[in-house]
Design a protein around this ligand. Structure first.
Ligand code: GLN
Length: 190
């Protein structure tokens, strides 16, 4: 049986994740409603605006359905805003609601206004054959994490990629490169 990977299609860079999955020969399904979750084996939450994604998730009750599934072991990968949505809280926006399925606290727009976007060569645990070009766009940082969280990558000593069980997160956007290695790492979790 071939695997199907969903991309949460509420807001953000949805198409780029779909394209990179297709490039890997994986069937990608845009997921908008809770019932669509039953048709996929895993889900990617794209980058975009975490508050907007959250609002739309609440309206569709996707937040509740997804949390329940993730807690039962459903694999999920959040990039940038997706990482914020999955986190257990936002340091600089303490009122912001999140799914709380990975024990990390994040800081939104952590790289300040002057460096809103930048690229960096990253060394990622579990990704072989050289450095990975990370694209950061108004990116969040992991400022605190629990003992069950494995940090997979750091940028200037700040954690920017992590995993806890079936939940994978990164501050940067591998879907905006031609490099499929981070998506391959996620596929191994399915
Ligand atoms: N700054 C956005 C947020 O806080 C995230 C940016 C992104 O996903 N590229 O939600």
């Amino acid at each position: 049986m071939s695997i199907k990977v969903g991309v949460l299609g509420l807001q953000g860079d949805i198409r780029e994740h779909v394209e990179i999955l297709k490039k890997l020969g994986i069937e990608a399904v845009v997921v908008k409603l809770p019932e669509h979750l039953e048709k996929v084996d895993a889900l990617i939450i794209p980058g975009g605006e975490s508050t907007t994604i959250w609002k739309l998730m609440k309206i569709t009750r996707m937040n509740e359905a997804l949390k329940e599934k993730i807690e039962k072991g459903f694999p999920v990968y959040g990039t940038c805003a997706g990482m914020i949505v999955l986190s257990s809280g936002v340091e600089n926006y303490p009122e912001q609601e999140t799914l709380k399925v990975i024990d990390i606290k994040v800081r939104r727009n952590a790289f300040g206004r002057q460096v809103e976007s930048f690229e960096a060569d990253l060394n990622i645990k579990g990704v072989s054959d050289g450095l990975f070009r990370g694209i950061f766009i108004r990116a969040p940082l992991i400022v605190d994490y629990g003992e069950n969280v494995e940090i997979l990558c750091e940028y200037e000593e700040n954690p920017v990629m992590a995993r806890q069980g079936n939940v994978l997160v990164s501050s940067f956007h591998p879907e905006l490169t031609e490099d499929t290695r981070v998506h391959e790492l996620f596929l191994k979790m399915i």
